[in-house]
Design a binder for this molecule. Structure first.
Ligand code: TMP
Length: 251
């Protein structure tokens, strides 16, 4: 097979040049990092699960008319996506308080927020992805006012979709992060959901027990991360448990 050109390697994924112009192959690694990569590990099977789960959420969004970068899954660890210019913002939507908003504002984790709250962080690892306001975004030209209107509407549509899908399988969507890409079509440009949507970038709590089924399991040492992600995949019917568990020896 011809050697592919690596475009970028991040903490959890590698991007390769795609087979056709305007496409990219997104490879999901097993690496897990937290606290800006201060904590690291390799979680066997995480990449396979996130590839499937991101496929599930992104293709569902495409089907309801929320544009995403997802084209199709290629294999266990890779998907073909549309290449786009990533807007340097992490767009966070919160339905319940947890994580940094709980610390910052002193709200107990699990408290329902009066309405979904959208926050923006400037994507820069060396600065630890600081929280920024729309004032910073406009002043530094990271996105225009029209972009911000479109980003807000995309983020809220993703929130409604994901909340509903998760609720149907007994999981509460506490919060999530998405990234937005810019694509050019002739003289026009439009914004699409890019990167990934997976338990790496969401907080997911079991509605009955409150059990955490997301990357907080790794961040806070609460158990086996691959088991938590497999449970999400199993409930969504995305992947049978047998496909992600280790082979067992038959005597
Ligand atoms: P936070 O409470 O730490 O600000 O995280 C909010 C949401 O964003 C949570 O679902 C986890 C997700 N997230 C990422 O996907 N990447 C990150 O680098 C961080 C800090 C959070």
């Amino acid at each position: 097979m011809a050697r592919r050109k690596k475009i970028y390697e991040g903490k959890a994924k590698i991007l390769y040049e795609g087979p056709e112009p305007g496409t990219i192959v997104q490879y999901f690694k097993d690496d897990a990092t937290a606290f800006n990569a201060e904590k690291k590990d390799v979680i066997e099977g995480k990449g396979v699960l996130n590839n499937r789960l991101s496929e599930f959420f992104m293709s569902g969004l495409n089907q309801i008319g929320v544009p995403t970068h997802f084209i199709r899954r290629l294999n266990m660890r890779e998907q073909l996506v549309r290449s786009c210019e990533i807007i340097p913002l992490e767009v966070i939507v919160r339905n319940y308080a947890a994580g940094s908003i709980s610390k910052r504002l002193g709200i107990a984790e699990g408290t329902q927020l009066p309405r979904p709250i959208v926050e923006y962080c400037y994507k820069d690892d060396s600065l630890g992805d600081p929280l920024v306001t729309e004032e910073h975004i406009a002043a530094f030209g990271w996105a225009s006012q029209q972009d911000m209107d479109d980003i807000l509407s995309l983020a809220l549509r993703v929130n409604d979709f994901l909340s509903g899908v998760m609720l149907a399988v007994g999981i509460r969507l506490i919060d999530f992060k998405i990234e937005i890409g810019r694509v050019y079509e002739g003289d026009y440009q439009r914004l699409i959901v890019a990167d990934e949507i997976s338990p790496d970038s969401c907080r997911l709590w079991d509605i009955e027990t409150g059990q955490k089924l997301d990357k907080d399991v790794f961040r806070r040492d609460l158990g086996n991360l691959a088991d938590a992600y497999s449970e999400v995949a199993r409930r969504l019917g995305v992947m049978p448990k047998s496909a992600v568990s280790k082979p067992t020896l038959i005597n």
